[in-house]
Design a binder for this molecule. Sequence first.
Ligand code: ADP
Ligand code: MG
Length: 378
Amino acid sequence: ALGYNQAVKENRNLYNMLQEVRGNIRVYCRIRPLNSESISSIEHIGNDGSIMVCDPFKAQNTRKIFQFNKTFGPTTTQDEVYMETQSLIRSVMDGYNVCIFAYGQTGSGKTHTMCGPSGGLSSNNLGINYMALNDLFTISTSREDMKYDMRVQMVEIYNEQVRDLLSEDTSSTKLDIRTSTNGLFNIPDAKMCPVQSPSDVMNLMLLGEKHRASGPTTMNNRSSRSHSILTVHVNGKDMSGNVSCSCLHLVDLAGSERVDRSEATGDRLKEAQHINKSLSCLGDVITALAQKNSHIPYRNSKLTQLLQSSLGGNAKTLMLAHISPEGESYVETLSTLKFAQRVSTVELGTAHANKESNDIRELKEQVDTLKKALATKD
Ligand code: ADP
Ligand code: MG
């Protein structure tokens, strides 16, 4: 068993090294199946991650090509998508912060990718959220050289308010976000649930799903107007006492479609404004990181505040851009592809595992003790 563990470890180290060479932001594009009786705007999907689109209703066809790390066509299965994200997810166990977010207009398949068909856990076509946690459990039980502790939080951001999806008190909508350097306890007041098995996870997800569907403002399709965030906190300890702590954020973003301002009023307009703001903040943060600006505008939205530690230089980020292939959706498709292209040109420094060797930790503890001793002397 040790030999196997060693091989797995070396394989992952190799992957982590490769990833560091390539930069830390990946962009994958996923196209869901075409609704019958529609004409597709997708002209070509390349094996190299490229995609060619055109407006099928324009007499003068202008084709546009975009390039991503991968592009998944409409026949791609959930398993195939997971296979391509697995090593990234697994690097959480080595102390890396990882953020995966699903972007795209409502109906493009974000929830399908993250949770499963119709966002339900009832099928066997489960999404990344569940497969990721299942996978992390498998690793944590198979590794003899490490001891892991995993805890889960689930929140949604709706109209710039953070709501705990795991608390029975679903009226608590105004949770604070606090930023800590290691990315842990970002929302100290949101329920933190220890998980010991895949069935624990399944139960929490079902609870979260139930709460998400029954928010304080119940309305049709409400979930497509909020961001939902599943966070997994992982603490690892190896034989010699070295600790690592990291977190994995799995984010199903609100629909990116533009709402016609002349038609939207009241609540609908307010929602649209909040969504537009938070998604454009996300773009701004990523661009600022790309340009290595000294000021990164994390604080401009709750979403970027929350994801801060998983977007900066010390993290690995994957954007899953979702496309509806119908010609009628061409304008939104183009806007998603442009946003994704902007994100994919970003190179975020080098990711480091959040590891502290035993020596460093002991030294820090000594420093703390000495500081306290000094303080009491005054
Ligand atoms: P979003 O969360 O982006 O609003 P959904 O995930 O709810 O979109 O998808 C809209 C519909 O399309 C759902 O009925 C979903 O099951 C279906 N769908 C989305 N992606 C796929 C896919 N890759 N294969 C089959 N059906 C899909
Ligand atoms: Mg959805």
